[in-house]
Write a protein that binds this ligand. Structure first.
Ligand SMILES: C[S@@+](CC[C@H](N)C(=O)[O-])C[C@H]1O[C@@H](n2cnc3c(N)ncnc32)[C@H](O)[C@@H]1O
Length: 196
């Protein structure tokens, strides 16, 4: 098969190892460094399609935990009874409905990404809006002491966003995993120990 520019070593490895997307290697690296989840954890995954982060989380949390995923698109290869999918636009989702519908979470993670336009300022501001929404959902759904992980594009508003999130967590850090594509401007924000 002819390879294209997206068909890099991580993508090939993901196919060989039966992961649903190469992005799993970013979560794997972040989790091994920041210890985001453990057996029994309850996880919420925002922007979960095609499902590699959920796949990873289901393996990590084991039979005592569960994973809820939200996306515009339904992942078709996740069948575990410990996985619940909610098809929704996170920007329109009623947060109080979600609070009634699922239990509080040990980890809220977001790999939400807007379709990129190539116009830098527009892409940054759409990414920021999704990250702010993820933080708002995390604020409503996280247990005291819970963890938060969120993708955001680097840009002018990253530092104010980090400062805003910092007031709710013991510590907030930024991290760029090795599997991030060289030309990508994405970075991950990790909030440790949510203060309710
Ligand atoms: C990079 S992909 C996530 C990949 C996923 N972490 C995995 O490992 O399979 C980003 C996802 O965000 C979703 N998304 C973007 N905007 C959204 C919105 N407003 N509401 C819900 N999902 C959204 C897209 O549909 C897309 O599936």
């Amino acid at each position: 098969m002819k390879s294209n520019r997206w068909d890099d070593a991580y993508a090939r490895r993901a196919r060989d190892e039966k992961w649903l997307a190469r992005s799993v290697y970013k979560l794997q690296e972040i989790d091994s460094r920041f210890k985001l989840m453990r057996r029994g954890s309850r996880v919420l995954d925002l922007g979960c399609y095609p499902g590699s982060w959920c796949q990873y989380a289901l393996g990590k949390v084991g039979p005592g935990g569960d994973v809820v995923g939200i996306d515009l698109k339904r992942p078709t290869h996740l069948t575990s009874h410990r996985f619940r999918f909610i098809q929704a636009d996170v920007m329109a989702l009623e947060i109080q409905w979600l609070v009634r519908e699922i239990s509080l979470r040990d980890l809220v993670m977001s790999d939400l990404a807007p379709p990129t336009s190539g116009i830098r300022a527009a892409d940054e501001s759409r990414s920021l809006a999704l990250a702010e929404r993820a933080a708002e959902i995390g604020g409503a759904l996280l247990k005291n002491g819970g963890q938060f992980l969120c993708k955001i594009f680097e840009g002018g508003d990253l530092n104010p966003f980090k400062a805003e999130v910092s007031s709710r967590f013991r510590q907030v850090r930024l991290f760029r995993p090795k599997a991030t594509r060289k030309r990508s401007r994405e970075v991950y924000l990790i909030g440790e120990e949510f203060r309710d």
